[in-house]
Design a protein around this ligand. Sequence first.
Ligand code: FCB
Length: 449
Amino acid sequence: MSKKPFPKDFLFGAATSSFQIEGATDVDGRSPSIWDQFCQEEGTIADGSDGRRACEHYFRFRDDVALMKNLGLEAYRFSIAWPRVLPEGFGKVHEKGMAFYEQLVDELLEKNIEPWVTLYHWDLPACLGHQGGWLHRDTTRHFADYAQKMVERLGDRVKHWITHNEPWCVAMLGYRRGEHAPGMKDPRSGWIAAHHVLLSHGMAMQAIRSVRSDIKAGITLNLTPAYPASDSAVDREATRAFDGSFNRWYLDQVLKGCLPIDMVPEVEAECGALDFMRNGDLDLMKQDMDFLGINYYSRAIIRGEENAPGQMPRRLTQDPTDLTDMDWEVSPEGLRDLLVRLQMEYQPRSLYITENGAAYDDAPDAQGRIRDERRVRYLQKHARAMQEALDQGVNLKGYFLWSLFDNFEWAYGYQKRFGMVWVNYETQERLPKDSALWYRDLIQTRVIP
Ligand code: FCB
């Protein structure tokens, strides 16, 4: 492996999200989220599980922060559960729920770990869901108000804020494909939800800035670089369309304040008139961000179909020789290419990888050690890809490994293990895997072990 060190100020952390680890879903006045409700529906979660216990992080956070310290983490990205701090979706901050995040932040700071807060990692208060959730324009106002309140309460200690995690997933998995909460399957709803999520990002950015001037804020997008399966015109055309709907639809709006023009007829063909977009919305979305967060897992290889004009392309083929348990292809080149492209085409003030990692099912061996070599290899390759991007002048400032713990992997339940720390869901024992020790070495030495 390369002996070249990462820059001294390059930030290494790990990421989680509230619903995936906290548990304690009906404790201390937290109201249900759309995910609590979704889990109750028949057939939504592969193993029939839910978030009621998860990693019990709500009760174990002090030990968990001590573990982070032992692993040498410099930063920790977590999300706030909106229904814990505003059980009615808006109004007065609920002190008991707020106290949890205040204590978590204090614990992190005491251990010299930088807190990075995500405001929305998918657990919308169910009461707002009942009013239409992200289909309803009012939700954007409630979100900005929630953002403002959180920064008022934590902004003295938390200096890095992420408005949304992965708008594509919120909109398309939640409202168009029905694989995530709230489980709607309607193309038009997907595009409306995407619009409102991006709009609420802009409004939240303004709200955050109105409270304090010393906050670094941005958004996290899930981006998948797309490559044509061949050089044929059909494959190249399908790749353009995939990139347009998956990546550029989000990047162009928040970073350039415009729609990717080639996509407009295609999106209209799918969802009808874009009459839910109002004058001034695009200007609002484009706020000056301190960073762009990227979640990267894999690339897409696209094969178009001769006789499917106007159809939104799907990811059709992947190299099947190196797949994770999600069936996602291991592709560090995709990460390097993506970073270089973002730097050239969008020039964000700075870039952070806010999630990257892999699901593998390694369990403790007879000695109680978890030899997750495949994850170590995945991480090595992606660290190398980051160095290549840095060498090419990309303004990449940090990396958050997904995830600190094995946790509730949404529609897959507890079947997919992304953690560098193994969790025994019966006993709640935590056990660092080999990858966690590998990561600790990387952080300490700044050189890829
Ligand atoms: C991302 C999500 C995160 C986790 C990883 C595997 O899409 O942001 O919560 O589920 O995928």
